[in-house]
Write a protein that binds this ligand. Sequence first.
Ligand SMILES: Nc1ncnc2c1ncn2[C@@H]1O[C@H](COP(=O)(O)OP(=O)(O)OP(=O)(O)O)[C@@H](O)[C@H]1O
Ligand SMILES: [Mg+2]
Length: 309
Amino acid sequence: MPTFDVTIAGELNLDLILYGLPEQLEPERELLADRMMLTLGSSSAIVAHNLAALGSRVGFQSRIGDDPLGRIALERLHQGGVDVARVRQVSGATTTGLTVILHHEAWRNILTYAGTIFELNWDDLDLDYLADSRHFHLSSYYLQRALRPRVLELFERLKSKGLTISLDTNDDPDDRWGGGLEEVLRYVDVFLPNEREACKAAGTEELEDAIRKLAKLVPLVVVKLGRKGAMAQRGGERFVSPPQKVDVVDAVGAGDSFDAGFLHQYLRGADLTTCLAYGNLAGALSTTRPGGTEAFRDVAHREKFLREH
Ligand SMILES: Nc1ncnc2c1ncn2[C@@H]1O[C@H](COP(=O)(O)OP(=O)(O)OP(=O)(O)O)[C@@H](O)[C@H]1O
Ligand SMILES: [Mg+2]
């Protein structure tokens, strides 16, 4: 029996979220926010944290700087029940990354200093540790700049050890959507894009076209539809799942929380309808508190929400 249900290699950093800023961000003015939250950020870390909160056994590898923000992020993940023994803290000029989110009513600015995110590389990984699991998940494909050229090799190795693999590319900051994604997808069992990312990854503007193309490469394509819920395509079969009704604080990390909810059930062998519903439940739970992990960290809140929805 492997030590972990899921291993993840990826970014670990904090999100600094500012709420209540003026809608117009005028240059050179002192602009006031009315609330702020410094919280665990980064897709990989949010998926790991929330999978552990739901009860999966999670091992995590990353590279962070030897700096205060890196230490806070690491401590959060550790407190969340994730095994962080293989996270490397490297001192040097590059510090741990940081994302600043300026939250407006209808939209957000997302500003990222990548820092050590761009530096995580093959030599930081312990393949035996990652393989000691039933499943491997990779997030933020286009932020893993140093690792990306060897992701194909990583997936090949882990597949040969019998793990299943899931991928959530998230956005490509360069908006090019190359980088060998199509080859990598051939090793993926579960692909977890949102609507826009599905279209970009398939190189088409039509979601249905995109799904048709992607479903030829990946056995299970799961598309997150934001406030419209989610859908999945398994070969010729289509599954749709309605969203939960919630009072949304922010949608930061909702997609990553969806991934955690979906994968938690997938790894228990649940049917696809249950996996999708649980993904939506986890995504919705995430929106009830700032950032991607606050709603999962508060045990009483989390359990009440999961009981009542
Ligand atoms: N307003 C909402 N009401 C209910 N559920 C929501 C809402 N927004 C998001 N969700 C849930 O969260 C899931 C993921 O949201 P979304 O489609 O925004 O993912 P994403 O774009 O990958 O997000 P992220 O920014 O975290 O990467 C949705 O599929 C849904 O289950
Ligand atoms: Mg996403």
